[in-house]
Design a protein around this ligand. Sequence first.
Ligand code: NAD
Length: 250
Amino acid sequence: MSQEMTNLTAIVTGGASGIGAAIAARLQGMGASVAVLDLNPAGLPAGQLGFACDVSDDASVKAAIEGTVAAFGGVDVVINNAGIGAQGTVESNDDAEWHRVWDINVVGMVRVARAALPHLRKSPAAAIVNTCSIAATAGLPQRALYSATKGAVLSLTQAMAADHLREGVRVNAVNPGTADTPWIRRLMDASPDPAAEREALNARQPHGRLVSAEEVAGAVAYLASPLSGSTTGTSIAVDGGMQALRLRPV
Ligand code: NAD
C-alpha cells in the first residue's frame, strides 16, 4: 500500500485522536493530502491540515469541506470517523441524550457526505469509509443508544453505496472491536482499578488484547484507496474474530 493515494485528497473527521489519527497518518503515508476535521485539531502531525469542525454543526462542516477544496483543489476520499460513546438503556437515556448522540454519530456522517458529494463526483477515485462498530450487531448491554447509532451507520453505508454507485462513489464501513484509543483509556482510567480493568478487557477479546488503532487504519486504507476499486456497500470487521465467534466485548 505504499503510494496508492498519491494525488488524492482525504478528509478524516475525528482525525485528531485515536482511530482517526491513525487513519490520517496511514493515508498520509500512502501519499494522500490529508485534512483533519475535529473539534480540537491542535497538535496534528506536520503536513496535515486541521479544521476546527463540529460534525453536528452544518455550517462548520460546509466551511471545513470548502476550506479543504480551497487548499487541495478537491476531495477524493471521506473518512467519516468522528463519533462519541453513550452508556445506558432506553430508560436511562432521555430524549435530549438520544438527539445529541444521534446528531453526532449518524447525522454528522450525513452532513459531511452531503457537503463532500459534489466534489467526490468529480474524482476518479471517490470513496467514503464510515467508522461503524461491532456494537451495530452485537446486542450489547447498556449500549442501546450507541448501538442504535452504529446500526444506523451500517444501514446508511449500504443505502449510500446504492445511491452513489453509478456516480463512481464507493461507500464502505469498518467495524472495530474494542480498540486501544484515548476514549477507551479514559473509560479504564475512570474505573476504581484501571490496571485490573485493562487486564479484564484484554481477557474478553478473542485474541487476548485490544485492537490497535493502526490495525483499524489498515482496513480503512484498503477501503479508501483504489486497491478496493470494486468493493462497495460492505464492511470489514477488525475485531480479533469477535463477530465470527459470536462473542461480546462487555
Ligand atoms: P477518540 O475519542 O479517541 O477520538 C474521537 C475524535 O473525534 C476526537 O479527536 C474528538 O475530538 C473527535 N470528535 C468527537 N466529537 C466530534 C464532533 N462532534 N465533531 C468533530 N469531531 C469530533 O475515539 P476513538 O476511540 O478513536 O473512536 C473513533 C471512532 O471509532 C468513533 O466513531 C467510535 O464510535 C468508533 N469506534 C471506536 C471503538 C473503540 O473501542 N475505541 C470501537 C468501535 C468503534
